[in-house]
Ligand binder design. Structure first.
Ligand code: PEP
Ligand code: MG
Length: 325
């Protein structure tokens, strides 16, 4: 199937009625970037930087991070690169950084909370990202944002990092775009306000589903309750995208759901700008995009939003898929 599809790698990702939907790649290493490039990804919509921290027995130095970010930016040759700041904690631990045992690690000391607590580490990473921004179209993104204060505090550290580089005469892109992951229900509820603080949103459906439904994404016992096509999730998606549009900022989706073929009419119906997924899904999604109209998706969306139960959403999406085939 990959062979059959490889012919469309160079095609523009556009629906028959002209809606351009960026198909970007989620990567967590340089090696994964190669796969992304050969799949015709429109840039990297999520660079998970955790591997840089997990691959060693100490925090990576600014220079080490810079080399990696720069290398990815250069290989993308001007295509966008969204670098997410450190998102450890929860399911991702570091041996050399002792996070005390927690009863609820997904609700605990993690992601942006660590960065704002350890501003030294955070600023080192931001400096490395800023320096890489003069080698491509680099954007920075904060994970697990749940309030306006957090965005402002993170942007304060970013401003300090910029000033330092300025003083040191080191180049960076002064117009670097800043975005947040929308993956906590509080961020959805505040999305109208958060949209006024940043340049873009990226919806992280993995955590958003977990937190919206109060279902641990790692717990097998309750995995049957982990339902991305839940009416509550659909409303969250709608509210977030609408807030972004009303405020004129870009909105993408980067959780697993972004690469799920069934969800494509949802993204087209809501009119998101980009979906970012595992490189292995890109060609399949593109094939589907090339024969799915935004008009039909727009007609389907209100019907999905009317559904009271997930089974009905599944059924309508299946019917839609079968009609496109
Ligand atoms: C998400 O939560 O949807 C996401 C993309 O981030 P991660 O899976 O790394 O938590
Ligand atoms: Mg997440």
């Amino acid at each position: 199937a990959r062979h059959r599809l490889s012919g469309i790698a160079g095609h523009q990702s556009v629906t028959p009625d002209g809606k351009v939907l960026g198909l970007a790649a989620n990567i967590s290493s340089l090696k994964e970037l190669e796969v992304a490039l050969s799949s015709g990804a429109h840039g990297v919509g999520l660079f998970r930087t955790e591997f840089l921290y997990m691959d060693r027995n100490r925090f990576p130095k600014e220079e080490e991070q810079f080399e990696v970010y720069k290398s990815v930016a250069e290989k993308l040759a001007g295509e966008p690169l969204i670098i997410r700041t450190l998102d450890i904690g929860g399911d991702k631990q570091l041996d050399y950084f002792n996070i005390p045992e927690e009863d609820n690690p997904f609700l605990g000391y993690r992601a942006i909370r660590i960065s704002l607590d350890r501003k030294d580490l955070f600023k080192t990473q931001l400096r490395a990202i800023l320096r890489a921004s003069s080698y491509g179209q680099v954007k920075v993104m904060y994970p697990l944002i749940s309030s306006v204060e957090e965005v402002r505090a993170a942007n304060q550290v970013l401003a300090e990092a910029k000033q330092e580089l300025e003083r040191e005469g080191i180049a960076y892109d002064p117009g670097i775009q800043v975005g947040i992951m929308v993956e906590v229900p509080a961020a959805v509820m505040l999305s109208d306000l958060l949209a006024q603080e940043v340049d873009f949103f990226s919806i992280g459906t993995n955590d958003l589903v977990q937190f919206t439904l109060a279902v641990d994404r790692m717990n097998e016992e309750i995995s049957y309750l982990y339902e991305p096509f839940h009416p509550a999730v659909l409303r969250m998606l709608k509210q977030t995208v609408e807030a972004a549009k009303r405020n004129g900022i870009k909105v993408g989706v980067c959780g697993e759901l972004a690469g799920d073929l069934r969800a494509l009419p949802i993204w087209l119906g809501l009119d998101v700008d980009e979906i970012s997924m595992s490189s292995h899904s890109i060609l399949q999604v593109k094939e589907r995009l090339l024969c799915t109209t935004q008009e039909d998706s727009r007609l389907l969306l209100p019907q999905l939003l009317e559904c009271r139960i997930s089974a009905d959403i599944h059924q309508k999406l299946k019917q839609f898929m079968d009609s496109v085939d």
